[in-house]
Design a protein around this ligand. Structure first.
Ligand code: NOJ
Ligand code: CA
Length: 704
């Protein structure tokens, strides 16, 4: 890790008057942050971009049962510093990340009762982060019961919003493109998820994206960084005034956070640019996270994997459960007494077939879902949902598969579906991880489907945020990598804990079997959800018609086959699935070649074209070779463009293998029409892209 210099340090001591506003600009000067307190001592900030107001006066502060930290303040002092350093991620989109910002810590103080609050702002060229720092109170109080956060994000006009509804439990929604004033109608169109708790009203989740109204729009991603020890943030939207206010996820008693001081909240983040490509390239959220906390990271290995997984989604009656008759005999715990249902793919013989296929095709891992006891119990929705993470089903031979996978050079990936019984999972955690290590597993996919047990908590409340980090830290102790589903949405903690390879935390590819994801879905996720960290989206779906698997199903994936290849570039993740059945890959071996070739770790990334909800074109360089790759996707409209290959090193010749939609391809009518061609290119080439409706292009560039 390379830390370069701290340039300036300036401290203004002494209590400044209420009218002494304080400003600081980004290193480039394009962003200007101003902080002040009003006549009632209420702190607020505003943000200008390129000389124009972007965020109007917006309040700051917290309300706790013990102290009101929203008013009665004066600015005691301001500390400013400029930092320019860089760091080396263990994996990611870049091999080196510059962390360059000007910081202003505004130290607020008030009397009767005595209270102090520091708001630390970091202004980067691509946006702003700020957090609250709570010292031990001068009269000795060291805890706070936080109910509300006053933080506002007030905008100047009826801008476009890209968002999903506020929900304490799930983020598996399709995205709305609306405006402040159009939000009530847009949110009215959402169906509530079973067992999840919607907030109602006009509350939305972060990460969300704003595109400002008028010509020369500015894009703003609002999210948070380093969410730890505190609940996740939603946003209450004032649809008349174009404003938003933080809404921290409460527990059942209405408490957001029980804090022990000193404490620093997560950073509230705004990524800002008038070029949509900069939003995708921004590393601001990662920069605001703490450096890697794991000393030896040599065991953390980005990977591609397949899974005994899609079989259960395709509607052909395959089950995670071994038996159907648990319900009929409540109280049965002896699995040898249960009648196998014969539709259980997590069996030794079938898993061996996946291992064979992975081994033949250079795929690193095989995930197996439904291998352990407990699924019958879950299906029955009995109150004491419990899975056992060291007890395999009778037809899953742990020893034989351990040896078989080892011999074939493939890593088995374990699955821990907790059915949201998080408290019980914590109790089993050490045994579960030890069982993994004993059987040569070094990655786990976790899951939290359903309402959290204990029932007083939500998926994104403080307790679950703490749980998620606890699991990651314990996993690191055992040198285990994690892909978590239904966990609090990511906020860049994968920088600190790089064994947290991926998360779901959005509507993923599995929904292609449940109504389908429209092509625009993967054109908005990189602008929103992915700013927190990589997603286990599960790309690589070659058979997109669910009727292929089961005549009774009519759902269809919103994608062409070629687009599925492009997703490996536009949805980067160090733990990337090839989600389809081996048989479907055997039907299209020439297209599958791209999935075999494409890396999952990059030394450089260049966003060439981007517009939220419409299209994305990105080029990336393999971390371990001189190969470059390109991925382009569009929404449900066909798209033609021409991109310059000036990212290739000058004077060097490359062979481009292009996987593209055939001229008559269309996601709905003709999704599997693709063609593959090879051409010679160099940095001067302009590459013509032709994308079908819902289509995409994937390219591999190899040096000649
Ligand atoms: C939901 C997850 O997102 C999915 O990937 C998993 O297969 C099921 N839960 C079962 O655990
Ligand atoms: Ca899920």
């Amino acid at each position: 890790m390379k830390h370069t210099l701290i340039l300036t340090l300036l401290s203004l001591a002494g209590v400044l008057g209420a009218n002494a506003s304080r400003s600081i600009s980004s290193p480039s000067g394009e962003l200007l942050l101003t902080v002040d307190v009003d006549g009632e001592g209420r702190p607020f900030y505003s943000l200008d971009y390129k000389g124009k107001s972007l965020v109007k006066e917006s309040r700051l502060g917290l309300t706790a049962d013990e102290l009101d930290l929203t008013r009665g303040f004066g600015i005691a002092s301001v500390d400013t510093v400029t930092v320019d350093r860089s760091w080396t991620p263990v994996w990611g989109e870049y091999d080196n990340v510059r962390d360059h910002f000007r910081e202003m810590a505004v130290n607020l103080t008030g009397e009767e009762p005595a209270r102090d609050l520091t708001v630390r702002f970091r202004v980067f060229d691509d946006g702003l982060g700020f957090r609250y720092e709570l010292p031990v109170n001068r009269v000795g109080r060291n805890y706070l019961t936080v109910r509300d956060e006053a933080t506002e994000f007030n905008f100047t006009d009826d801008h476009t919003l890209f968002c999903i509804p506020g929900d304490y439990d799930t983020d598996e929604y399709l995205w709305s493109e609306t405006t402040f004033s159009g939000l009530p109608e847009a949110l009215g169109n959402y169906r509530r998820h079973s067992e999840a708790q919607r907030t109602g009203g006009t509350t939305i989740q972060t990460p969300m994206l704003i595109k400002t109204a008028g010509k020369d729009p500015v894009y703003v991603n609002i999210h948070e960084a380093a969410l730890a020890g505190y609940p996740a943030m939603l946003l209450d939207v004032d649809t008349q005034e174009n404003g938003m206010k933080a809404h921290i996820v409460p527990d059942r008693l209405g408490v957001g956070a029980y804090l022990q001081m000193p404490f620093s909240t997560p950073w509230r983040t705004l990524i800002v640019s008038d070029d949509a490509r900069d939003i995708l390239a921004s590393q601001l959220v990662l920069n605001l996270n703490e450096p890697c906390a794991i000393e030896d990271t040599s065991w953390i290995k980005p990977m591609k994997f397949m899974g005994v997984w899609w079989e259960m989604f395709t509607g052909n009656q395959k089950t995670w459960a071994y038996s159907d008759d648990y319900l009929a005999k409540p109280g049965v715990t002896d699995y040898s007494a249960l009648k196998p249902n014969g539709r259980h793919p997590a069996n030794t013989e079938n898993v061996k077939k996946y291992i064979d296929f992975a081994s033949e095709n250079g795929i690193d891992g095989v995930l197996v879902e439904g291998w352990n006891e407990g699924w019958e119990d879950w299906a029955s929705y009995r109150k004491n949902r419990q899975f056992l993470f060291d007890k395999a089903y009778p037809d899953f031979d742990v020893d034989a598969l351990r040896e078989y996978a080892k011999a074939k050079g493939v890593k088995l990936i374990m699955h821990h579906e907790t059915a949201a019984n998080a408290a019980d999972y914590e109790l089993q955690l050490d045994r579960a991880f030890q069982f993994m290590k004993d059987n040569n597993y070094d990655a786990v996919k976790t899951g939290y489907v359903g309402a959290i047990i204990p029932r007083s908590e939500h998926h994104t409340s403080q307790w679950m945020v703490d749980h998620a980090r606890h699991v990651i830290e314990r996993a690191a102790d055992y040198e285990i990598m994690v892909d978590s589903h239904e966990a609090p949405r990511p906020t860049g903690l994968c920088r600190t804990y790089p064994n947290w390879l991926a998360q779901e935390s959005a509507r993923g590819g599995e929904f292609e079997s449940m109504g389908g994801n429209p092509p625009s879905h993967t054109c908005i996720l990189p602008f929103t959800r992915l700013k927190g960290g990589p997603m286990d989206y599960t790309p690589g779906l070659f058979e997109t018609r669910m009727s292929y698997y089961n005549e009774g199903k009519d759902s269809q994936a919103g994608t062409t086959l070629a687009r599925q290849l492009a997703l490996y570039l536009t949805m980067p993740s160090p733990m990337q699935m090839a989600c389809d059945l081996p048989d479907n890959y055997r039907r299209f071996p020439d297209a599958f070649q791209f999935i075999k070739d494409v890396p999952v770790d990059w030394s450089d990334s260049r966003y060439l074209e981007a517009e939220p909800n419409r299209y994305i074109t990105v080029a990336r360089k393999d971390k371990h070779s001189d190969d470059w790759y390109l991925g382009a996707i569009t929404d449900d409209k066909a798209r033609k463009s021409e991109v310059r290959l000036d990212f290739l090193p000058k004077g060097k010749k490359y062979e481009a293998t292009i996987y593209e939609d055939a001229p008559d391809a269309d996601w709905k009518e003709n999704p599997q029409a693709y063609r593959i061609r090879k051409i010679n290119v160099d940095s001067g080439t302009r590459l013509k892209l032709r994308l079908a409706p819902g289509g995409g292009t994937a390219v591999r560039f190899t040096p000649k």
